[in-house]
Design a protein around this ligand. Sequence first.
Ligand code: FE2
Length: 240
Amino acid sequence: MSFFTMEQHFDRYTEEDRWVWNTLFTRQLENLQDKACSEYLSCLKAMEPVLHPHDLPNLKVLNAFLAMRTGWQIEIVPGLIPVEKFFALLSQRKFCSSTWVRSRQQLDYLEEPDMFHDIFGHIPLLLNEDYRRFMEWFGVLGCAATTSERVIALQRLYWFTIEFGVMQEEGERKVYGAGLCSSFKEASRALQPEIPVVAYDRESVMQRPFRNDVVQETYVEIRSFRQMFESVEKILVKAV
Ligand SMILES: [Fe+2]
C-alpha cells in the first residue's frame, strides 16, 4: 500500500540544483574517505551507476536498481510525514525521500531533510542486508507500538543509530548515520576524541533523549550492523 502518489519532476530541476548536488556530493565523497565506515563507502561505490555527482538522482532509475538488489523502494514524500506512516512504509520496505534540493546558501545547514540527506545519507546502506533488515523490523516494531512512550523510545533508537550512529571499525571510530554521512561538518565533529561516545545498548538508547535543533552531545557506537539488527530481532522474537 502506498500513502503518497508524488512524483519526481526531473525536468523541473535547474542548473543551480545540479550545481548544488554536484558540489555537495563531490565535497562529501572526499570528506568521508577517512571518516565513513568501509561498508558505507563500498555501498556508495556499488551505487555509482545510479548515484553520482554528475547529475541529480533519477528516483525511478534508483528504484529499479534497489528493486533488483534489495527489494526496497523509495517513496517520495512531501517532507516530514506522520510517524505512523513512516513506520508503516519501513515495514513495507519503503524509505521516504523528498525530491527538493537545498539552495547554494544552505550547503551546511538545513532545517528539514532534502534529497541529498535522504538519498546520499540513507540509501547506500540499504545494500547491506543486516542494515536493511534492521530498518524493516524497526518499522514492524513501530507499527506494533501502542503507546506514545513506545513511539518515543523507537524514535530515540532510530535517531542514535540510523541518523547519527557511529561504528567501531578496527579500533577506529567511523560514521554511518545519515545525518553524519550527509553533513560536512558533523561527520568530522563526531570523530573528535573529546566528543563523548557510548557503546550501543538497545534499552539504554531507547531511554536517551535527543534534541534535533543542535549538534549531538553524545554519539552511540555500534560494533556492527549485525549487532544492531539482532538487538531488534530479539524484541520481535520475544513478542511472538
Ligand atoms: Fe534522515
